[in-house]
Design a binder for this molecule. Structure first.
Ligand SMILES: C[S@@+](CC[C@H](N)C(=O)[O-])C[C@H]1O[C@@H](n2cnc3c(N)ncnc32)[C@H](O)[C@@H]1O
Length: 212
């Protein structure tokens, strides 16, 4: 996917107090960094950050981390945060495939929001619900596993249902049209979701867990 390129994107992002530089230094120490024992929830591929920022505002007693690979995308999040004071939010510029280097068993919930669908079979391993990623998540979940996934992509959704169930996850909630659900599901929209919502495209949603 092509994104807008910013001049000095790395300077803008590196100047943000929300950015955790050298996140591997905080492996097993995220509690100390946040200064409390609250839950720590992680979004993989946060993009321009609307979801994780608004989650941090809505739930001040939960800690949130937004991880994003693309520095240009991160500029959007950093700019939105310029006038905000959210002690329960941190941002990381890293590849999701490296999360086991950044976290020990510290994470309560992982959000997979409008992740790249990687439709070609040869790219299957890059899907955030491929077994290799599920194994990676096992290394960072504190105790019970808990994944919340939202996507507009039917193929990725179907794949994720199969992959998660084969990995013994149980589905706590599933919706094939999140915004027109008979029983409303509490929801904060991502940047991509807002666009798709306006286009009236159905959003697929699942919440999966595994109790240890
Ligand atoms: C389609 S966008 C969705 C952004 C945001 N979650 C939203 O819903 O608005 C997918 C995002 O995932 C990021 N991404 C893709 N692969 C990644 C990886 N391996 N590690 C971290 N971020 C990744 C992309 O750079 C992009 O910002």
């Amino acid at each position: 996917m092509e994104y807008v390129k910013f001049k000095n994107a790395d300077v803008i992002v590196n100047n943000s107090d929300y950015l955790v530089k050298n996140p591997i230094n905080y492996k097993n120490k995220w509690k100390e960094l946040f200064g409390n024992n609250n839950k720590i929830n992680l979004e993989l591929g946060m993009g321009r950050g609307d979801f994780i920022i608004n989650m941090a505002k809505a739930y001040p007693n939960i800690n949130f981390i937004g991880l994003e690979l693309n520095i240009n995308q991160m500029v959007g999040a950093v700019q939105k945060l310029m006038k905000e004071k959210l002690p329960n939010l941190k941002l990381i510029n890293a590849d999701a495939s490296e999360i086991d280097k950044i976290f020990g068993k510290e994470i309560d919930t992982i959000y997979l929001t409008f992740s790249e669908p990687w439709p070609k079979k040869r790219d299957e391993r890059k899907r955030f619900t491929h077994e290799s990623y599920l194994k990676l998540y096992d290394k960072i979940f504190k105790k019970d596993k808990h994944i919340i996934l939202k996507t507009d992509n039917k193929g990725l959704f179907a794949y994720s249902l199969e992959s998660l169930s084969q990995y013994w996850y149980v589905f706590d909630r599933i919706s094939l049209d999140l915004h027109n659900n008979e029983i409303p599901i509490p929801n904060i929209m991502t940047d991509f979701e807002k666009k798709y919502y306006e286009e009236k495209r159905p959003i697929y949603y699942l919440e999966a867990s595994f109790k240890n």
